[in-house]
Design a protein around this ligand. Structure first.
Ligand SMILES: [Zn+2]
Ligand SMILES: [Zn+2]
Length: 161
């Protein structure tokens, strides 16, 4: 299992090495470090909580970038329209179907990742079976929490100034 996460200290995106044997998560760019508390979670690669912030709410998603899917759809549509223009309807249809198939295959072979609702850390190479796909209600809860946290942060900076 490895993680991609934002360091809370220097805000850089990190991609950790395999953490199954590690005792802590440490930033590659600064001295931020978080010791792992739950050994079982790491060794069995079945995260019940976020390994970066300890939050128990995680959602599973395909590690398939949305832009790539859209790109294939667009490419399929364009090449198929070109075939239509040259009066090749069967070719046009085959192109569309080939791209749809490619999209599907990619979607299936891409492995799921677990994403933390709070800090958006991605957990790769894990057993995702215990987690549900993204839930909008939970997502909203964490979005509100983030807004309140930012407001509180602004308040403290104002008071300090
Ligand atoms: Zn850092
Ligand atoms: Zn987290």
């Amino acid at each position: 299992m490895y993680l991609t996460y934002h360091c809370p200290k220097c805000n850089q995106t990190n991609r950790s090495s395999d953490v199954s044997e590690a005792s802590s998560l440490s930033c590659l760019n600064c001295d931020w470090e978080r010791p792992f508390s739950n050994d079982e979670v790491r060794e069995q690669a079945i995260p019940s909580e976020c390994l970066r912030c300890g939050n128990p709410d995680l959602w599973r998603q395909k590690n398939f970038p949305q832009w790539l899917g859209l790109f294939f759809v667009a490419l399929g549509a364009i090449s198929s329209s070109i075939a239509w223009m040259y009066y090749r309807p069967i070719l046009a249809l085959s192109i569309l179907m080939a791209f749809a198939l490619l999209d599907m295959v990619l979607y299936i072979v891409m492995r799921d990742v677990l994403v933390c609702y709070r800090c958006r850390t991605k957990h790769h190479d894990v057993d995702v079976s215990q987690h549900k796909p993204f839930d909008h209600e939970t997502g909203e809860k964490y979005r509100q929490e983030e807004i309140r946290r930012k407001e509180a942060e602004d308040e403290t900076t104002k008071k300090d100034a």
